[in-house]
Each structure stands twice: as structure tokens, then as C-alpha cells.
Design a protein. Sequence first.
Length: 497
Amino acid sequence: MAVAILATALVLPTQAALADVPPTYNDDTPLAGDQPARGDEEMPPAPPGLEGYYTQQLIWTDCEKGVQCAQLTVPLDYAKPEADQIKIAVLRLPSTGEGEKIGSLLTNPGGPGRSGVEFVFGSAPLFQHLRRNFDVIGFDPRGVNVSTHIDCLTDKERDAEIAADITPETKAEIRFLENTAQRFVQACRTRSPKLIGHIGTMNAARDMDILRNALGDPKMSYLGFSYGTYLGTVYAHLFPTRIRALVLDGAMDPTKSQTEQNTGQGNGFIEAYASFLKDCFKRKDCPFKGRGTDADLLKAAKRTNAMFLKADKTPFSTTVDDRKVTMNVALWGWRSALYSKFTWPQLRVALTQAFRGDGTGLIQFSDIYFQRAADGTYTNADPAFRAINCLDNPRPKRNKFDECSLWPAKVTPVPRSMRAKSAPPILVVGTTRDPATPYREAVALAKHLTSGVLLTNDDDGHTAYGNSFCSSDIIDKYLITLETPKKGFVCKQEAQV
């Protein structure tokens, strides 16, 4: 009922969102009864024509804070493996040696476009249990960060695009919006002409198998978040018998179209905001008054929407710099804050500021989302996200407002049906009030996969691992022992913030 109420009052444009990595927690309690599960298996053969890539050995060098770095060589085009090559950046958190060594655990934090190298480097506490038995591996997929990466807009062009008026009234605003797609496509074509046709998820999954082999693992253990579940599903589709354990946390349903994904995600953020508001009404610093009745929710949603419309008419100033908070910046900041319940206190402050015409909190959340540093520089997460999505989905009918319809390279869509027959049990994790990857998608993916096993995390926020002790322990136990939870098992919400 609350979701329906908010949906009538929040007039939000549907936009796809990059998935963020989960926060971390510290807990020194060891798991009981962990039994490593790795047999002495032979390495599977290399696919024909790729033997040279599968025989390479990683050369590790010491990086800061006890991690190790290497580069993997993969073909730019798998149809022409003897031609151009690209580099994949790899980072390793070595096993602590406290348990029997199982092998390597590959991870992906989502996006597409998020850096797996930075994720693992910055999240060592998250993997403290698993490092007893695994080397934890982060890698930047092709096109991303410090791997051979795609480059498109300048930092100033990114600022202008994010701040663009999405409800244009003047000819200049209309012209800028009309040219956004063409400008982005042309920039990618000019600055990354070779990569624009070869950074889709199918190729990234093939890179993962070369990496698995270079790490010396006959079968792969994997922990993927959000888009990382999509990448993991594609890997399972291509290499079902080369899986040891696969965790898909914050699952995406591969059978849905891009439009269906965007619509579901829009509803997910509305549901997440309803949960935030119910908690907000209990807090002294909540900018809304009331007891959390349906009428209170409706009033809060209308006030929030009025704030967005106010920013559209007269953008807010900030204490960060001289940028202005337009409606689009405010919306992205609002979305960013809903990814985790641990940022709800900061969202209450940001909304209080915004109602006074101060966009400081919202632009700070927007900058975190788009990975904009204090010096005004961006990572390439957003252009990688956009390019990968264009390559993964069927090309839309040509439309000057749709960059994917204008994409200047051949598109090879990812199959909608990927049941991963012959794969061992695959653990699919869904959080009930996840804004970015709604819970229903985890339910659908677990049913779609031939060997899918669903774990339900009854909680708020995006993904479960690191947010829920219960879910984290079950995931750790599965990755180490291959034991899956009982059918219908639910991890209950543990704490409010």
C-alpha cells in the first residue's frame, strides 16, 4: 500500500543506475564446522585457438598494504584471437593460511563499470572469513578503470551532462538534450575506436575463464554483486561445468528487457523510499512530521517531489563548489542515498538542507554515485556502464535520443535464456527491499537457473553480503563447504540504524 501511495506522488523519470558495492562490517567470530571442499581435478582444456592465452602465467608484484597485482592478456576480439590484445588488471588479497587452501575467489562489485581492483583493495575486512581458505581476487573487466579502458567525455562534459535540464524549456536546453546521445557516441568512437565493439559481458565472461585458468583453478569460485550477478550468470551459461561455487547477490533477471529492468528499478527505489520514510518518522531529525500513516507518507512524497521540481526551476547552490544542483543532480543524489540503510541518517540531513534550498548533501551523494573526486575528475565507470549496456542488449530502433540506437559497432546481445544446465548448485541472494535490483528478480533468476538456490535477506539496501551477518555467514559457508541453505530460508532483519 505504501509503495502505491508514493508512486502516485513521486513523479520520477526512469533511468538505469550503476550498482554500488556493499558496505563492510568487522566480525572476528569464526564459522563453525568449515570443511574445505576441493578435489584434485585436472585443468579443463583450452577452447580451440585460445591455447596461448590459457597457458599464460600471472606475474605478481607487491602493491601497497599487502596486496599483489598482475596483468592478464586476453584477445580484443574472440573471433580473431591472433589479432589485437588487451590487458586485464588483477589484484590478489592472499589467503591468510588459517584454513586449508581451496583456491581463488573471483569477485565483481557490479555496475557494469565498477572497478573490481578498487573494490577488493578497499574492502579487505569484508573478506576476513573467506581469506582463511581463498586468495580473494579483484579484477577490472575489459573497458573498465586500469584495464584497457574505454574513454569518452571529458570531466567538464560529464559535469554538464549530469547537470542537464531533463525537462527543457528553452531552445538551448532542448538542443543540448537532443545532442546528448550523439555527443557521447561520437566521443567514444573518437577516443576508443577499437574497444567500442568488444567490451560486452559475453567477452568479459570469457576473460574470466582465462583468468580462472591462469590462477590455477580447475573450477571457479565466484562472488558477484548486482551486475556482477549478470556477469556470473553469463559465465555459468558459457562454462557450466567449470563452476565450483557461484554466489549471485543482488540478482538481475536476464530474461527481462532493458526497459523492463528500468521500470522494475524505478519501482524498487520508490519502495526503498517508503521504507526510509517509515523509519524517518521515528527520528528527531526527520524533515517530515507525522506518525507514518498513509496520509503522512503521501504528504512526504509530495513534498519530496515539490523539492525536485523547485530544483528544476531554480537550481540549488551548495557549499561544495560553484556547481548548481539541478533536478537531475538532486534525483541522482536521492537515488545514491537509498542504496544503503546505513546512509539514511545522511539522507535525512540532505533532505533537510534541500528543503531550505541548499543542495550540498544531495550533490555529495551524486558525486559518490558518479565517482567524481574533489578535484573534479571522474573514473570511467559511467561511460563503461553505458557502452556495455549498448553491446549487451538488442539495438533499439534508431532514435536521436537513444545512444544505444546510434552505437557505432556491431551489437551481439546476451541471450535471454541462460539456464546453466550441468552447473552445480548456484546460490542466488535477494534482499526484499533492494532498490537497485528488486527482490523479485532474485526469485525469478533462482527459478530460471536449472540449479538455482534462493536465499532471502529480509532487509533494506542493495545486496546482502556485508550488510547482514546471517546472509554473510551462509554465503561464506556455501563458498567454503558448498552447503546451500534449506529451501525457503529467510535471514531476518537484524538492526535498524
